[in-house]
Design a protein around this ligand. Structure first.
Ligand code: FRU
Length: 509
């Protein structure tokens, strides 16, 4: 309309009551977040180059995609406190996966079908629009101490990648078939992909005996979905957990993988020590039957204390498969909660299948963040520190030739009372991360059995104030953990056991 008084045109947008409710809820959450941001941003443990929310609680990565020239990542978000609560979707975007910008909160739980949370899900582009497929979570009356719920799959759409509208037809997947061995209550975390003319989504569920499995649906328009099959399942006799959360179907350099986060896998020796795990099966998807044939044992994607619910995206621009995980673990102590925030994402990783194994490598784009590079070509014969090599926010690359050594300790974040210790023992081949003296938070060790390559071990270590991610031998193993040392813990100490020929390359970030 034209207003003669002001001599200006005004656009009137008519929106429905439901949409208004959603918009209002997003604005309210945004406002609250801004207030909390001032507190959270002052915390020493805030990451510099990892994704975290401006303030308050985050968990799983959601909706990882490329849309209109940018990478987008959404995340499970509770904007009202640093504890888990009714889930919203937070949002960040980046042109290069290295520098991320915060975007307005994308989803809030305002409808009868998602009133207790917009749970995890994924994103896909269709005809220039961005679709978010997520789980609507509703708690039933649990006054008897139960955990009864209704979970359905819901859709929201956007034509600018910023404002998302939930569709009229929600929930787009209302219920599971009842004639199969599927317990219908836990039904969440749809991950959508396109194959030929069809969209497919895998969703996490349980068998009636409570072992983990996933189902697959197909659709031509993302709105009408038909049940295809139980895509992969497990029995209670296998140690594969009681529920498979956050499943992903991934194509990785010509191989197919089912990536998932099983809850409740029991520890086997020093393996599977975290409360829940994330890992993969390699195999083959049959699109006619909807069955994914598992071809190997369940393998972990990360051997550290903190890595869960990873989500992949097929980066078609660069013909690679990327993955981001939540750098935390359910029920772990999270000391940053007292500082007004909780949780961060891993750095984006490139997946590659080699020797029947999924390797994870840091994305090369992070190289642009390197500053003040220092490097050494040295023989390490005794415990030492090296000039210029210390800090709390850095990338450290080392090649250690252990021909004349039995192993080493590499101590990071060292101060008088604190240290985080990486060690390798050539006899047992055990590589360890110990965080007994890493400051606040959980203590203990995590390990992986690592073979040397021509007597050498290759490490690529990312430190970002309260996190460490250690890539071993070109991504064959990764160990990721949160740590909470004091600000003065910036030392790096090399402790060879024997004589080590070392190449060391260090950059601040
Ligand atoms: C995994 C998970 C998902 C769920 C979400 C809720 O960490 O439990 O299964 O959708 O978190 O925040």
């Amino acid at each position: 309309i034209f207003n003669q008084k002001s001599n200006r045109f005004y656009k009137i947008v008519i929106i429905g009551v439901k949409e208004l409710k959603h918009t209002e809820a997003l604005l309210k959450a945004e406002k609250f977040q801004q207030k909390m941001e001032k507190i959270a941003q002052n915390d020493y443990w805030r990451p510099q180059y990892h994704i975290a929310a401006p303030a308050n609680w985050i968990n799983d990565p959601n909706g990882f995609c490329f849309y209109k020239g940018e990478y987008h990542l959404f995340y499970q978000y509770h904007p009202y406190s640093s504890q888990w609560g009714p889930m919203h979707w937070g949002h960040v975007a980046s042109k290069d996966l290295a520098d991320w910008e915060h975007r307005p909160i994308a989803l809030a739980p305002t409808d009868e079908y998602d009133k207790d949370g917009c749970f995890s899900g994924s994103a896909i582009e269709n005809d220039g629009k961005l679709y978010l497929l997520y789980t609507g979570h509703v708690d039933l009356d649990n006054s008897n101490g139960g955990n009864d719920r209704i979970e359905t799959q819901c859709l929201a759409v956007s034509d600018d990648g910023k404002h998302f509208e939930k569709v009229e037809n929600n929930p787009v997947i209302k219920a599971l078939p009842e004639n199969l061995n599927i317990r219908t209550e836990h039904f969440r975390d749809p991950k959508v992909w396109k194959h030929g003319d069809w969209y497919y989504t895998v969703v996490g569920v349980q068998t009636k005996e409570e072992s983990g499995q996933v189902v697959v649906y197909k659709s031509q328009d993302l709105i009408n979905w038909e049940f295809l099959n139980i895509m992969a399942t497990s029995s209670v006799k296998e140690n594969l957990g009681f529920m498979w959360e956050c499943p992903n179907f991934a194509e990785v350099n010509g191989h197919e993988a089912l990536i998932l986060s099983p809850q409740g896998v029991k520890s086997e020796g020093n393996k599977f020590l975290n409360l829940h795990q994330s890992g993969y099966f390699l195999g083959k998807m049959d699109y006619n039957t909807g069955i994914f044939e598992r071809e190997n044992d369940f393998e972990m994607l990360d051997y550290g204390f903190d890595f869960y619910a990873p989500q992949i995206m097929q980066d078609e621009k660069n013909n690679r498969c990327l993955m981001i995980g939540w750098l935390a673990m359910w029920e772990s102590e999270m000391p940053e909660q007292e500082e007004g925030w909780a949780g961060m994402m891993s750095i984006p990783r490139v997946l590659e299948v080699k020797n029947n194994k999924v390797y994870s490598l840091p994305i090369p784009e992070l190289k642009k963040l390197r500053k003040n590079n220092v490097n050494y070509d040295v023989n390490l014969v005794q415990n030492c520190i090296l000039e210029g090599i210390n800090g709390d926010c850095y990338e450290l690359n080392t090649v250690f030739d252990l021909t004349k050594a039995n192993g080493f300790n590499l101590k990071l974040r060292v101060s008088e009372n604190e240290e985080t210790v990486i060690s390798y023992d050539k006899n047992s081949k055990i590589f360890k991360l110990n965080r007994d003296k890493s400051g606040k938070g959980v203590t203990g060790e995590r390990e992986a059995k690592v073979n040397l390559q021509d007597e050498k071990i290759y490490l690529q270590i990312f430190s970002d104030y309260s996190s460490l991610e250690i890539f071993i031998n070109g991504g064959e193993y990764v160990i990721s953990s949160r740590i909470y040392p004091m600000q003065e813990a910036t030392g790096i100490v090399f402790e060879p056991i024997g004589e080590i020929k070392a190449k060391i390359d260090f950059s601040e970030m």
